[in-house]
Design a protein around this ligand. Structure first.
Ligand code: AGP
Length: 608
């Protein structure tokens, strides 16, 4: 998954491109490059590695111009290198192109182009697109792009500038990965992510799959996959540019952990009538009668969002008494699932662009399922293909490790469970809402009380080579999430496990070098988890207990105790995960890891 940015207008283009790339660096950072067009000529500067390398090169080789393109890469075809960095220039040097996605039929196209005399200087599929567009270029860039995309198979969001157009012009095409256009007076912007545009405009257009767009200073024209002119709706983003900055925190991840009380509040605000004990879903186009007939839910997601789905299963089955299946997006789409119009499929995705999740959603819909999305990004692909969207209102999540997106997904799934109960039985018991109003304060309390304590635990345990996280019931997915946070941020091997399963294998790992985080909150399972803690202590393991009980009750079996406030069992996981996010963060910082941009990872995996 890469980051794309473009600009046409009166300002110097390179500073704008670099600013936009900086705000999207989390999308991929193997290499980066820019192209500026001046007096009918274009110049490109590219660099391997992070954006700072490109910045250093531009200081030595400054570019000028009033329109151009920028790109930050997460390698798919061709190793991370300057040679494979974008923008890519066609072999007749008539255009420069940047691309996010994978062209699945690039090899046969490359073979044909070579036979026609085109040459290649990189290993990328992108260079095939550049030469293909150039092979059709005859004064009309948009027409050349239209002819080229008719031959492409796969996923792409690309933009191109040419020296053969009259005046400033960017042409862009989208099939899969996102492309958003920012509109302003006498200048237009293009990016993969709205966060890159927020500082300049909040009025945006989200291109649809199959769209081609032409940007000039005067405005934007768009055509659909049939070549018909279309007017895509202009949306006004309510994100504040400052939100997309670090706001004084050392890392986006820490800022976003601290934003959780507000994000949780914003996710249920306006959707709960506390007076009448009613859930209000205004973005659901499926009628209540249709929802009442739903016999099963399929929750589809990847990574942290898959952990949300596992919690969602507990919530929906316990509250709405509807059976729920949970599946990885990458598994669901290839297992020929049993689906009917009595199945409600729900794709859970922060970005709304995760290829495995979106494809699984499409697989469910093709088989007759009704389709919802739980998503954080307005206008993203997952929201476009769904009949109902429950937006998590977490604001932009820049840190690669998902934190506020996860806790707000749990709130959204709680609301969905309540809504299904309400629709199916005609009313909702008030007690389900009592703890919801307390939730933001409870999350705020645990962030404030545990931040310093988690840094202290990080000081003691950051040199450990392995961690084990244990949880039962609705907290088993929290054990998985705590382990994922640690491994993706600090590169320590960590495993989440059902506490009751420890004796069936992982207990062999226990020794004095293995910290075991045990989640022992609530009542009927906490006693069982205490028993698991004793099994660990009996083998000299290190026990870090997370509990809402009086630490005295642990009877000294825990080496460390993380205290959290008590909420209803349904909402307790939202509070329980926060110290585990902080623990992962501080361990990562103490190990000198790049917390916001961990190695090999990208914020949204828009390729399979
Ligand atoms: C979580 O910390 C990871 N960044 C990753 O597992 C992520 O949750 C996964 O790629 C799914 O992304 P999505 O929520 O945008 O679909």
């Amino acid at each position: 998954m890469c980051g794309i940015v473009g600009y046409v207008g009166q300002r110097e283009v390179v500073p704008l491109l670099m600013d936009g790339l900086r705000r999207m660096e989390y999308r991929g950072y193997d290499s980066a490059g820019v192209v500026a067009v001046q007096d009918g000529e274009f110049q490109t500067v590219k660099a391997e590695g992070k954006l700072d390398r490109l910045k250093e090169k531009l200081e030595k080789h400054p570019l000028t111009g009033h329109y151009g393109l920028g790109h930050t890469r997460w390698a798919t075809h061709g190793a991370p290198s300057e040679r494979n960095a974008h923008p890519v220039v066609d072999s007749r040097r008539r255009l420069a192109l940047i691309h996010n996605g994978i062209i699945e039929n690039f090899l046969p196209l490359k073979k044909r182009l070579i036979a026609e005399g085109w040459t290649f200087s990189s290993d990328t599929d992108t260079e095939v697109v550049a030469n293909l567009v150039s092979s059709y270029l005859d004064g009309d860039l948009k027409a050349a792009v239209a002819r080229a995309v008719a031959e492409l198979e796969g996923m792409y969001a690309f933009a191109v500038v040419s020296t053969e157009t009259d005046g400033q012009e960017i042409v862009a095409a989208r099939q899969g990965p996102p492309l958003v256009i920012g509109l302003a007076q006498e200048e237009q912007f293009l990016a993969s992510d709205p966060a890159a545009l927020l500082a300049y405009t909040k009025d945006v257009i989200f291109l649809e799959n199959g769209d081609i767009a032409r940007l000039t200073p005067a405005g934007v024209e768009a055509w659909d996959r049939k070549g018909q002119r279309v007017e895509r709706a202009v949306q006004h983003l309510n994100w504040d540019p400052i939100q997309a900055e670090k706001g004084g925190y050392k890392h986006f991840m820490l800022k976003e952990i601290h934003e959780q009380p507000q994000a949780v509040q914003d996710t249920f605000a306006g959707r709960v009538d506390f007076e009448r004990a009613e859930i209000l879903f205004d973005t659901v186009k499926v009628t209540k009668e249709e929802l009442a007939r739903v016999e099963r839910l399929h929750l589809l997601a990847c990574g942290t969002s898959w952990h949300s789905a596992l919690v969602g299963k507990f919530l929906i089955e316990d509250i709405a008494r509807v059976p729920v299946e949970v599946d990885y997006g990458s598994e669901y789409r290839y297992r020929d699932p049993i689906v009917s119009d009595r199945v409600l499929a729900v794709g859970i995705s922060q970005s709304g662009e995760t290829a495995d999740t979106v494809s699984a959603m499409e697989a469910a819909r093709e088989r007759g399922a009704r389709l919802f999305a739980v998503c954080n990004v307005l206008g993203s692909q997952a929201t476009r293909i769904s009949e109902g969207v429950i937006y998590t209102n977490a604001g932009p999540e820049i840190g690669v490790a998902s934190t506020k997106a996860f806790t707000t997904q749990l709130v959204a799934l709680y609301l969905l469970a309540l809504y299904l109960r309400q629709v199916r039985q005609g009313h909702l018991e008030r007690h389900y809402l009592d703890d919801l109003s307390r939730l933001p304060q409870a999350v705020d309390d645990v962030v404030r009380r545990q931040e310093q304590h988690m840094d202290e635990l990080a000081r003691r345990y950051h040199k450990s080579q392995n961690f084990l996280y244990l949880g039962r019931g609705i907290n088993y997915p929290i054990a998985l999430e705590g382990a994922l946070k640690l491994k993706e941020i600090s590169y320590i091997h960590a495993e989440g496990y059902p506490a009751g399963e420890m004796k069936h294998g992982p207990i062999a790992l226990i020794d004095e070098n293995l910290p075991v985080v045990a989640i022992a909150t609530g009542d009927h399972v906490a006693e069982k988890v205490k028993g698991n803690m004793q099994e660990v202590k009996a083998r000299d393991g290190v026990v870090i207990a997370l509990t809402d009980h009086d630490p005295e009750e642990l009877g000294g079996i825990a080496d460390e105790v993380i205290e959290v406030p008590s909420l209803s069992p349904h909402l307790q996981p939202i509070v329980n995960v926060v110290p585990l996010q902080l623990l992962a963060y501080f361990i990562g910082v103490r190990r000198g890891a790049d917390v916001d941009q961990p190695r090999n990872l990208a914020k949204s995996v828009t390729v399979e």
